[in-house]
Design a protein around this ligand. Structure first.
Ligand SMILES: NC(=O)C1=CN([C@@H]2O[C@H](COP(=O)(O)OP(=O)(O)OC[C@H]3O[C@@H](n4cnc5c(N)ncnc54)[C@H](O)[C@@H]3O)[C@@H](O)[C@H]2O)[C@@H](O)CC1
Ligand SMILES: [K+]
Length: 488
């Protein structure tokens, strides 16, 4: 598991440690950790050319100490002092180790093997100001970049990027991850995140991210029968869209459902039955549906409502019927459009509800601009979980899952190829199956996102010796069992 804490919690934990330790101990732990990762990335330190971007705060100080350690090992290290002042002791250490300070305030025009970004860390506020922003723009495009603690320009608490930001290959972060390293857009600037333990004693995390080793997908035991393993009901498809139903049902089947019950209009039921004879299907009327109709479909342990459902009266009736049951309900796609019209009051129910919007759907649910959702993903996913009293899975390059009173879960798997039609239907079938197996809603949603991202990677990158290939939602669906094999 990876844990991220807000700046406030980090500062409190640092303060508590600093009161116990000789002055400068934490900074030396941090900078030695940073130098170690830099040396590893360089391979051979001697005679390499390293450029430091040094801000006026302690982030710059860490960078000067790390640069000094590299200079001692024979690297040619040049520091650009970008702030109005620099940490005196760190600068003295750097010079004594053989480090050079650049004459001008710009990026020197020499060859560079590695840039260490120490402009701002957790003390950064708002968009990068000049001259810092100009330095970031002037960085050579092909140099490897290691960010100290946080890529400068990324808000450590939120991942928001208000202007110029350093695009790092690796971020070496201290004590704990910061939420902005796990949440987009910040996460996409952080590259690989390496944690240096500086001995902080931290409270509960604000954002967490599971590794594949942390996954605990439900597995059948000798006592399991199809009912106890989980029966998932799928309400999907309509006159306009039929593929979504086929994908959601197929995904639920591949994710290990004991049984998938599917209900829709006759044409869609025919299609699903042809493709998935394993599914148990029911034809429902097009009008006047309510909870009694769902009872007729049969007992389920969770409902998935929405993929390809349309947004007409029938869709609304079906969503409301599912919400009127006493089992967990996942609302996706068209179901979310229907829900945006019904409002949060429709989710006043005892059993858990999971919503799986992309940024556009969440914008409709919250009455916000899509661009604002994308710029402030952490804020909006939390707001949605509060407003709708539901578990909210916000899709995107890093998917987030929020539930009231719990840390937000960030997903680390996936591939840009996943941005393809139908992959959302696959995710909802998968998450619905995990819900029906009895997983708590946030864990079911996060585990589904993780497996979905793994399946996409397996499909897009079947051979590690060659590059990735485009994928369809169908490829993701059929790779779900392979994704399960990677979990412990
Ligand atoms: N506090 C501690 O005990 C430790 C701190 N450490 C390091 O210290 C860093 C925090 O240091 P500071 O609190 O000094 O803060 P930073 O060094 O992160 O940033 C503060 C400086 O950046 C400037 N600044 C803030 N926002 C800016 C913007 N948008 N544009 C331009 N300049 C901006 C401020 O004016 C100030 O000079 C951590 O990120 C980490 O690197 C580590 O050494 C571990 C121990
Ligand atoms: K930095």
């Amino acid at each position: 598991m990876r844990y991220a804490h807000t700046v406030e919690k980090v500062r409190a934990a640092e303060g508590a440690q600093m009161a116990l330790l000789p002055e400068g101990t934490l900074m030396r732990r941090a900078s030695t950790g940073l130098a170690t990762v830099c040396a590893r990335l360089l391979g051979r330190v001697y005679a390499t050319r390293v450029l430091l971007l040094v801000g006026g705060g302690d982030n710059g100080a860490d960078t000067l100490y790390a640069g000094g350690e590299l200079a001692r090992r024979g690297a040619r290290v040049t520091a650009v002092l970008a702030g109005s002042g620099a940490h005196e002791a760190a600068l003295a250490f750097f010079r004594a180790a053989g480090g050079r300070v650049a004459d001008g305030a710009g990026v020197p025009e020499s060859e560079i093997d590695l840039v260490i970004d120490g402009l701002v860390g957790i003390g950064g506020r708002g968009a990068l100001r000049e001259p810092y922003a100009a330095l970031v723009r002037a960085l050579p495009p092909h140099a490897a970049v290691i960010a100290c603690d946080v890529p400068s320009g990324v808000d450590a608490d939120t991942g928001e990027v208000g202007g110029e930001a350093v695009s790092a290959d690796v971020t070496v972060t201290f004590g704990t991850l910061k939420p902005g390293l796990l949440v987009d857009p910040g996460a996409s600037f952080a590259g690989l995140v390496e944690l240096v333990d500086i001995g902080l004693d931290l409270p509960e995390a604000d954002v967490v991210a599971a590794t594949t080793a942390d996954l605990r997908p439900p597995r059948p035991t000798v006592e399991s029968d199809k009912y106890r393993r989980g029966v998932v009901g799928v309400l999907a498809g309509g006159d306009s869209y039929t593929g979504a139903a086929v994908l959601a049902v197929g995904s639920a089947l591949h994710a290990g459902a004991g049984m998938v019950r599917f209900a829709s209009t006759e044409g869609v039921v025919d299609l699903v039955r042809q493709r998935w004879p394993e599914a148990v299907t029911t034809v429902l009327d097009a009008t006047g549906l309510d909870r009694a109709d769902l009872d007729r479909v049969g007992r389920v342990q969770a409902w998935v409502a929405g993929p390809g459902l349309g947004t007409d009266a029938r869709a609304r009736d079906l969503v409301l019927a599912a919400l009127a049951t006493d089992v967990p309900v996942l609302v996706d796609a068209d179901g979310l459009t229907v829900l945006a019209e019904l409002g949060p009051g429709a989710l006043d129910r005892a059993a858990p509800t999971v919503l799986t919007p992309h940024a556009g759907e969440l914008a409709r649910l919250l009455g916000a601009e899509r661009s604002d959702i994308e710029a402030r993903r952490l804020h909006h996913v939390r707001l949605a979980a509060e407003t709708f009293a539901a578990t909210v899975l916000l899709k995107g390059s890093t998917t987030l899952v929020a539930t009231r009173g719990e840390p937000v879960r960030a997903n680390l798997t996936g591939t840009p190829w996943l941005a393809a039609a139908g992959t959302g239907d696959v995710l909802s079938g998968l998450a619905g199956t995990l819900l029906s197996a009895g997983m708590p809603p946030a864990e079911a949603a996060a585990t589904a996102a993780h497996l979905h991202g793994l399946a996409a990677r397996i499909a897009a990158h079947p051979d590690p010796r060659s590059g990735p290939n485009p994928i369809t939602a169908w490829d993701v669906l059929t790779a779900i069992p392979a994704a399960f094999r990677q979990a412990p």
